[in-house]
Design a protein around this ligand. Sequence first.
Ligand SMILES: C[C@H](O)[C@@H](O)CC(=O)C(=O)O
Ligand SMILES: [Mg+2]
Length: 444
Amino acid sequence: ISGKITEVKVRDIRFPTSLEHHGSDAMHGEVDYSAAYVTVETDSNDDIIGCGITFSLGRGNDILVKAIEAIQGLVIGRELSNIYSNFGKFWREITQEGQLRWLGPEKGVVHMAAAGMFNALWDLWGKKAGKPLWKLLADMSPLEVVNLVDFSYITDAITKQEAMDILTRNKTSQKEREDQLLKRGFPAYTTSTAWLGYSDETLVKKCQEALAQGWTKFKMKVGSDIDDDVRRANIIRDQIGYDRDLMMDANQKWDVNEAIEWMKPLVKFRPLWIEEPTSPDDVIGHATIAKALKEHKVGVATGEQCQNRVIFKQLMQTNAVSFVQIDSCRVGSINENIAILLMAAKFNLPVCPHAGGVGLCELVQHIIMFDYLCVSATTDGRVCEYVDHLHEHFVEPVRIKDASYMSPQKPGYSSEMKAESLDNYEFPNGTIWSNLIKEGKFKM
Ligand SMILES: C[C@H](O)[C@@H](O)CC(=O)C(=O)O
Ligand SMILES: [Mg+2]
């Protein structure tokens, strides 16, 4: 790939989802799904622009924009051939930059900023290669994949050679899985039916709509009030029955012992997992909860706010996680997510990605499809989250058929947003926001 990066732009894009309580949970009451939206331009004459996002809940999205601007200078002027010929090395150069790393390292705003930048660089690579990213990755040799990854701090859990072995053993059967993927897609579950701020009537209506659309796996929010959780779980089980799967998500609400206690009246609803029962940094706490819930056959899921591959490693090493929830915008883009997929394969744990928000479904579908084709090589016990909001703003929105993600076909990472949406939802001066502010519906 020839050419040089000439420009990186970042925009603060926000959607007023709080107006209808979409996205609400026990810790994040009123949220405005937002994207720090990155575009990367080059000096080639092909009009191709790499588009990437990183995700936030509204306030603070401007901080993400600033953090991405802080790495702009490290990217502008770089030759594409130099970046992509050893992408793992370039990833390390950016995430370990001697001054910026003090703000992380590899965690929080700076790491999410790196995710936004690398997501745009991945989109650019896919578009230049003329392939959707799942396919670009799937067509790489095991060695090329391994070279995308920074193995520092995880070699006690997985070596490069072990990663090569995992990728190599799956190559011969890859074609069959690709045929399956193109026909059937990758299995999904829905979270859109049971946000915490929805009334009981909305809950029933949304469950019925989802059942009519063929959904078989559902996630509900818990953790604000135990009686409320029991009532809502009853409503949902009444609607979906016990042949379908139900997952529960506490979004970090509890202390460790509180989580174990709180789950006691909920285990009778047979949740497949309890998600984020406690602080995302508490590895031992997750292990304690997982051990206590094992007899009830309730797994522990976590990852959407897991800061990097090191914490994922520890969660896996200590049996603290039963479902690994990678996220496309929290850790350092595809490069770091591949490290997590490889560790999950080594520890024999299913990866069930976190998605939703704005654009998270569009992006993470590529990663889980690559996992199916080249890393785990199975869909057994695997399911990718789906949330039915804001897809209309994307040039290639996700396609769901029979409760499965159908594989994206356009070149790139499906991360490009429509120009009109960007203009309307730019914060605070886009038309949507200036009207809301004028009408007094939003306070700065
Ligand atoms: C604040 C977000 O909507 C969060 O509740 C999403 C989440 O936890 C999930 O989708 O899982
Ligand atoms: Mg969650």
